[in-house]
Ligand binder design. Structure first.
Ligand code: SAM
Length: 292
């Protein structure tokens, strides 16, 4: 049996064999620590009843550890140069399918329908390319996919914003967007030394457990997110100031916006960053009367 891919020695052998050079523009920082990989798979809770979707398998370090425990793994890789390498490194695993595609352009819903049948759960497990972390997460959350959870490595700073609570400096529209759809927990901080090449930023693993229903029931989802973005427009301004500045015709509708804040029991002098997701829900429903 071959040694695990994610050891410094075997990774170097694979990279040398294929003369592979890292592309920084594709966020290529490969993991070389099997313990960290196993912890990620533990946090994701992968079993033979799980179909796993991976984004960016690289040379297969994480794919291999997931494949040992999951029923099936489907991995999207954008870099064509990695396909022959993956065919080689993952040849011992017959439950892995690698798809050469940009995840942001992939029809994941169709893929789950066609390729993943009869599994109890579908989970995303990945060490994400950091240059596109947020677009990938937002795509996975907003396409209504039948996912149970998303457990991914990303920049610590982005994990902090996704899992942030109200009245912290990290709390903002990304926290609300992620927590509207999921329960977000940072489960591990990861040192730079477990990657080749080492990234410039600190890393963390976040687990997003997808909610059966969104965290708050709102009359109009798009308008809810518009109100959230408007409320965080300029962080030092009051919620009233932000709403009048950033909602359409806000200045002209100031009195009605004040009435909406009052009916949602929100002091107009508060700052957006102090509002809970439930309060944003109440506020956006109250504002819907002015913005039907
Ligand atoms: N999973 C491997 C590991 O942990 O060692 C590699 C992770 S590396 C941080 C990110 C991977 O994502 C690279 O293999 C890169 O080529 C790939 N990638 C970058 N952008 C992508 C995209 N838009 N769609 C799919 N894969 C992408």
């Amino acid at each position: 049996m071959q040694k695990d891919i994610a050891t410094p020695k075997r990774t170097k052998e694979i990279l040398d064999k294929y003369g592979f050079s890292f592309k920084k523009s594709l966020g290529q920082n490969f993991l070389i620590d099997t313990n960290i990989l196993n912890k990620i798979v533990d946090f994701a809770g992968v079993s033979e009843n799980t179909a796993a979707i991976e984004i960016g398998p690289g040379i297969g370090a994480l794919t291999e550890q997931v494949a040992k425990r999951a029923g099936k793994v489907i991995a999207f890789e954008i870099d064509q140069r990695l396909l022959p390498i993956l065919a080689d490194t993952l040849s011992p695993y017959d439950n892995v399918k690698v798809i050469h595609q940009d995840i942001l352009k992939a029809d994941v819903e169709n893929l789950i329908r066609d390729e993943i049948k009869g599994f109890e759960e579908v989970k995303v497990v990945a060490n994400l390319p950091y240059y596109v972390t947020t677009p990938i997460i937002m795509k996975l959350l907003t396409e209504g996919l039948p996912l149970n959870s998303i457990t991914v490595m990303l920049q610590k700073e982005v994990a902090d914003r996704m899992a942030a609570k109200p009245s912290t400096k990290e709390y903002g529209s990304l926290s609300i967007a992620v927590q509207y759809y999921t329960k977000a927990e940072t489960v591990m901080i990861v040192p730079k030394t477990v990657f080749v090449p080492q990234p410039n930023v600190d890393s963390a693993v976040i687990r997003l457990t997808v909610r059966d229903e969104p965290a708050v029931k709102v009359g109009d989802e798009n308008f809810f997110f518009e109100v959230v973005r408007a409320s965080f427009g300029q962080r030092r301004k009051t919620i009233l100031n932000n709403l009048t500045s950033h909602l359409p015709e806000g200045k002209a509708k100031k009195a009605q916006i004040e009435t909406a804040l009052d009916s949602a029991s929100i002091d107009p002098k508060r700052r957006g960053e102090t509002l809970s997701i439930e309060e944003f829900g109440k506020l956006s429903d109250a504002l819907l009367e002015i913005y039907p």
